[in-house]
Design a protein around this ligand. Structure first.
Ligand SMILES: NC(=O)c1ccc[n+]([C@@H]2O[C@H](COP(=O)([O-])OP(=O)(O)OC[C@H]3O[C@@H](n4cnc5c(N)ncnc54)[C@H](O)[C@@H]3O)[C@@H](O)[C@H]2O)c1
Ligand SMILES: [Zn+2]
Ligand SMILES: [Zn+2]
Length: 361
């Protein structure tokens, strides 16, 4: 029987989100229904609400979630009812050209549920990143459920489902930060903060946090930054160069998603250094750089989708490090909120008051 549950949707561009009743079908072949226990509020949810991702309203928002598998459809072997899972938006297909070449982190045909969740009048919903977890229950492809140690707190575990994984992975996987590297992270919200933490975990000897908000810089210190730069009052490129013997950092992670911060990242790295763009730009943004500088400065300009993670490899490992006290994932949970407080959480995110607000159900 299809179920009716409460959920947060964005009905139209820029309009405040609303709590409404949605219909969740029974899982079909390869699908699972998950009872959501916690779901973090990510900047990408706000991008969706503002029409910055696409126009496929209404959106069922929320995509950084953990919960319990309630039921599974035919042929599902990965998970079973009762499993504690973190939801992911990279259920790799194993068949596409990226998967076949042994680079599943670039999978071009990731799995989502085939059936649609709807409003009561039958209007089909577009779930954010194929998840849609500001909801009591959601329908996903079974491969989107990654089993992790059930002793982990849902509010913490769920964060691996997007922003924290994106940030950790931007440093560790995409940037390939290693022992003794110098790293700068521009923009220290949930994603950038996780890049700071990931850089420390990977053995970076210098981690420079850059933000325009002193509160974020203070938190970045707690997450492992060795130096902080307020780029509202100080030239970020100059400061990063000064802190790295005049050379620039080996790896610079851009976690804002704006042309001006990308340019800072581009010029703040050492010759042959790496820029990692993990911040998500909006469609109207463009970038202009002297081509000679692109050539002359060498190195790598990379984008990081979801921290180049492989959920089945990375989520259980990171939860284990967290459980051992080696990775303070709990530091990202600034507050826990109810389902009807997502709009206020967007406001607080906009004002820079939080790393993560997490809806707990
Ligand atoms: N690539 C991915 O897979 C992925 C995944 C999740 C989120 N994201 C994106 O990462 C970005 C950050 O997400 P978040 O959830 O951490 O957002 P957030 O709002 O929590 O953090 C953004 C941070 O950037 C800072 N900032 C804003 N303008 C700045 C500037 N000009 N210079 C320096 N710092 C500045 C803010 O003060 C804030 O601390 C967003 O664009 C989001 O969509 C990407
Ligand atoms: Zn694939
Ligand atoms: Zn996200």
């Amino acid at each position: 029987m299809p179920q009716q549950v409460k959920a947060v949707i964005a009905r139209a561009k820029g309009a405040p989100v609303e709590v409404t009743t949605i219909v969740v079908p029974d899982p079909g072949p390869g699908e699972a229904v998950v009872r959501i226990q916690a779901c973090g509020v990510c900047h990408t949810d706000l991008h969706y609400r503002e029409g910055g991702i696409n126009d496929e309203f209404p959106f069922l928002l929320g995509h950084e979630a953990a919960g319990i598998v309630e039921s599974v459809g035919e042929g599902v072997t990965e998970v079973e009812p009762g499993d504690f899972v973190v939801l992911n938006w990279r259920a790799v297909c194993g068949q596409c050209r990226a998967c076949k070449r042994g680079r599943p982190q670039y999978c071009f045909a990731t799995h989502n549920a085939k059936q649609k969740m709807t409003l009561l009048d039958g209007t089909e919903l577009s779930p954010a990143l194929g998840i849609g977890a500001f909801a009591e229950k959601t329908l996903v492809a079974a491969g989107q459920c990654t089993k992790v140690d059930p002793a982990a707190e849902p509010a913490v575990a769920g964060l691996l489902g997007c922003g924290v994984m994106a940030g950790l992975g931007a440093a560790i996987n995409t940037g390939n930060v290693g022992r003794g590297d110098s790293v700068a992270v521009i923009g220290c919200g949930g994603v950038g903060g996780a890049a700071v933490m990931g850089s420390r975990l990977a053995g970076a000897s210098k981690v420079i946090a850059v933000d325009i908000d002193d509160r974020k810089l203070e938190t970045a210190r707690k997450l492992g930054a060795t130096h902080t730069v307020n780029s509202r009052t100080t030239d970020a490129v100059e400061a990063i160069r000064e802190l790295t013997g005049g050379n620039g950092a080996d790896v610079v992670v851009e976690a804002v998603g704006r042309p001006e911060t990308y340019k800072q990242a581009f010029y703040a790295r050492d010759l042959a250094g790496t820029v990692v763009l993990v911040g998500v730009p909006t469609p109207e943004m463009t970038l202009e750089l002297p081509l000679l500088d692109v050539f002359g400065r060498g190195g790598a300009l990379k984008s990081s989708w979801y921290g180049d993670c492989l959920p089945s490899r990375d989520f259980p490992m990171l939860i284990d490090l967290y459980r051992q006290g080696r990775l303070d994932l709990g530091a990202f949970v600034t507050e826990t909120i109810e389902l009807d407080q997502v709009e206020q959480a967007f406001e607080r995110m906009h004002h820079g008051d939080v790393l993560r607000s997490v809806v707990v159900l």
